[in-house]
Design a protein around this ligand. Sequence first.
Ligand SMILES: [Zn+2]
Length: 565
Amino acid sequence: MDIKRWWAMFFAALLTVAAAICALNIVVDPFGVFGDSFFDWYAFNMTKNPKAAKISYLNANYENYNAYIIGPSGSSSFLPEKLNEYTGLNWYNTFNYGADMAYTTQLARYIADNFEAEQFLLILPYISAAQYDMPPKDATEWYSPYISGGFSSWFKFLFANPRYSISKIRDYNINGYLQENFDVFIPQSGVYDKSSRDVEPIGALSDYAPFENDKFSPQSLVEMENCMKDVKALKALCDEKGIELTIIVPPSPRMRLDEFSKEDIAEFYSRLSEIADFYDYANFVPDEPRFYYDESHFRNNVGNMVLADIFADDSIYIYKEGDDPDSLLAVLLYHHITTDGAGDSVSVADFKEDMGKIHESGYTPVSLKDIENYVYRGAALPQKSVLIRFDDGYTSNYELAYPILKEFGYKAAIFAIGVSVGKDTYKDSAEPITPHFSFEQAKEMIDSGFIEVQSHTYDMHQVERLDGDDCRKGVLQKDNENEADYIEILRADFARSRYELEEGTGHEVFALAYPYGLHNKLSDVVLSQMGVRITFTTEPGINTIVKGLPQSLFNLKICEVSGLF
Ligand SMILES: [Zn+2]
């Protein structure tokens, strides 16, 4: 082969590879810059590069929004749906990884020039004055070509390392319902998807490691000048365009705040106050890990509290300095009650004795509504609280336990299996079962004010002996069932349980006891998305419930009378 032909073949091969990389990056579009019309998977694109993907998303959807949250990742816990409720506008959260006022200001200018914006909410932590105009470390931090402009910025994305595209194809094929580390965004609002993190059980403070300061070295606010120059430019931009600008200094753990010198912080506030009014929530929540996802990200619950405080919404609990944040809660579990205690049942005499012990040891039985009001609204709860729980909904609860509870003046919660209400045979069979109370009896108990009747699922409390080999294990997914079908079945089951109980008793259903105590992350997420606010397992333990953290009402544990704290 002569040298000329060799070169021609070499260049042809090179061109083919280059064209293949371009085609891959355009079609798979791992950063969403080209509009991602093939995969349409912005949750992935934003996770890989929120700066680039959010701009492309907004270019296609800006008509749905007229107000924008701007700032670093801590801004994620300010939820657009809350701001929509308070302001009547349509908010989008444009936050990006890392705090960089240089980028934030460019982004704000792009939005102001290209979209309709009535309001900006700038989230400005101290760290914004510690770093400025950081060079992108790799493709995941490249600016959108729409912001940086010029052919070269498009060129970069066209020839980006193909590994990003390859990982998108791989992850697309394993992507399930739950949020994973490759799809952490909700494209429609721009925030992190916290559906899994927000059903994590919350317990006693002693279960948590204190914040550790290993990631961040002490910082000084060396970029104060640049930061404040850009805040000023942003204010001028808003004034010029008639956009209302609100600024919040967001909550941070004390450990993080202590990294900065007092002089720096004082200067931060004095310079900021010369430019614009602002809200200071830096020291807002208790200085403890339960209110944070990690050292630098406060929970959505905390963002909700800040907004409720700003917009004077007194329907949710808002932390006040000095508040005692948590309370212990014991849960006792009963099923069938009989006069003689036959089989697995508890005898009337033993039940009465237990109720006597509750009284003697200074406990107060509380209702589901009581604990909900404590957590959601900060209402008072007795020092020693116990929740008396009955599972399955047996007629004996109505005939034998209910009169005793009334005698003691005790509240209790009964979790009824929907398909068994009013039945003494199993489902459609003639198989006799322990009788279950009717809707009329349930309504009578609830109306007395002593009893709440809630869900133990409609028909996910199956029994192998009666349902056969294909019997479901509590609410769990069957081995032969795909995830999407399973989610539909779980949703339909709870919806039916809730509908029939609410129709039959006239009272809201908002709590569920898992049959056999079986549950997993997926069932927790699906049920919480359906509006279930309290769930119970059969795991042993004493619960710690926390004001302002509704997830502390998920997966409550049970104890014996002898184990009351
Ligand atoms: Zn049960």
